[in-house]
Design a protein around this ligand. Structure first.
Ligand code: PLP
Ligand code: TYF
Length: 409
């Protein structure tokens, strides 16, 4: 009966924005949602994207459906961009050339996570999916709704504000063989702290020993170094293991939401690395069968922007890389400015400088975060994650002062 449907709680991240909008304090700051803002606190369109849209306006003569898994052109761009990696990854290139990568356009990163979760639920031997503690809250929701069984592996020690790598390894080792394991490619959400290349090697050894299925989520490619071609060391390691026959298959969920600023265009992809071109055919056909009754085919505007940006004749690729580098540069600047203004006499803030990406994971308690909201109109999620693009020259001192007051006993 309709009157028995209970009220659902607001989304832990998006609910913050709703509360922020209602606040009348002119000094209010939104550090909730992970979406970029410029130094004036405004969202942006990447200049390269704007140019691509102008070109598209002249080019487009129809708005026909794209195929279920997106256009071939888009699929090939994704494969080349990520796996061939601008001719820097011979293993990835080999996998492409051998027809061992199946790529589908998806409804951004969230859509790719849902599609692969449904796919694994339908075809994979285990339902158990291991996710870092903490992880993006929506991971757990997506995997649960798709019928998988998410379980946490240790990742971050909040009291030390650091990775807890020994217990990360032991918690992975305690899990059953063939579990699926979710890994963030870079700029881990929410902690901003990634495994070192050496730690990645150790985790990859565990993955081999336990025959885990690696599922990589890459929502922030480019935000660690400023260069998307540099932020995929983990993918290259995986490609090398696949080519050496040490891992049979893995999957990658990817999004252009953040690194091209295409948030609302919902433009991403899923790629499944297979054992052979024959397997690829079957997997591709099953992906189509899975997607068709859900949303039939993906939206086209965002993927066409990507196609124009990667089309050599328009020379927009260097421009986009420059736009992205500027975004990441500003995030690093506000991170340093926040650090400079924080009171370090009674609280160690050094972890801020180790973290990368859109977030700082402050280590503040939920009580402190709520106090920031109630007393200073500073909005952040209760886990103490700050989306730092909400910081700018005009509010960094106010923010630091508010934090300094809140951490005083
Ligand atoms: N994965 C992670 C870790 C994220 O942080 C996000 C967005 O914040 C996504 C996936 C998916 O984002 P979108 O669906 O907008 O591409
Ligand atoms: O801030 C975050 O972690 C994300 C951002 O459709 C987000 O939750 C917001 C809306 C959306 C996808 C991702």
């Amino acid at each position: 009966k309709w009157n028995e449907i209970p009220l659902a709680p607001p989304d832990k991240i998006l609910g913050i924005s709703e509360a922020f909008v209602k606040d009348t304090n002119t000094k209010k700051i939104n550090l909730g949602v992970g979406a970029y803002r410029d130094n004036n606190g405004r969202p942006i369109i990447f200049p390269a994207v704007k140019e691509a849209e102008k070109i598209l306006y002249g080019l487009e003569t129809e708005k026909e459906y794209t195929p279920i898994i997106g256009s071939k052109k888009y699929q090939n761009i994704v494969k080349n961009f990520i796996f061939n990696n601008s001719n820097k990854d011979p293993n990835g290139k080999k996998l492409i050339d051998e027809g061992r990568i199946v790529t589908s356009q998806t409804i951004s990163g969230t859509g790719s996570l849902r599609v692969i979760a449904d796919f694994l639920n339908r075809f994979y031997s285990s339902k158990k999916i291991l996710v870092p503690k903490p992880t993006w809250a929506n991971h757990v929701a997506v995997f649960n709704d798709a019928g998988l069984q998410p379980e946490f592996y240790n990742y971050y020690d909040k009291s030390a504000n650091d990775l807890e790598f020994e217990s990360l390894k032991s918690s992975l080792l305690s899990q059953p063989k063939e579990s699926i394991v979710l890994l963030h490619a870079c700029c881990h959400n929410p902690t901003g702290l990634d495994l070192t290349p050496e730690q990645q090697d150790e985790v990859l050894q565990i993955i081999q020993d336990k025959s885990f299925y690696p599922l990589v989520d890459m929502a922030y490619q480019g935000f660690a170094s400023g260069d998307p071609y540099k932020d995929i060391g983990f993918i290259r390691k995986l490609n090398s293991l696949v080519v050496d026959g040490k891992i049979n298959s893995y999957a990658l969920c990817q999004s252009f939401a953040k690194n091209m600023g295409l948030y609302g265009e919902r433009t991403g992809s899923i790629s499944i690395i297979t054992e052979s071109a024959d397997h690829s055919k079957a997997i591709e056909s099953q992906l189509k069968k899975l997607i068709r009754p859900i949303y039939s085919s993906p939206p086209i505007h965002g993927s066409k922007i990507v196609e124009v940006i990667f089309d050599e004749q328009y020379q927009l690729l260097p421009k986009w890389l420059g736009d992205l580098d500027a975004v990441v540069g500003r995030l690093n600047t506000v991170r340093s400015k926040l650090y400079e203004n924080l009171d370090k006499s009674s609280y160690n803030w050094d972890h801020l400088l180790k973290q990368r990406g859109m977030f700082v994971y402050t280590g503040l308690t939920s009580e402190q975060v709520i106090k920031l909201r109630n007393d200073y109109s500073v909005y952040a999620t209760e886990d103490g994650r700050f989306s730092i693009s909400g910081i700018n020259d005009g509010n960094v001192e106010y923010l630091a002062n508010a934090i300094n007051e809140v951490i005083k006993k």
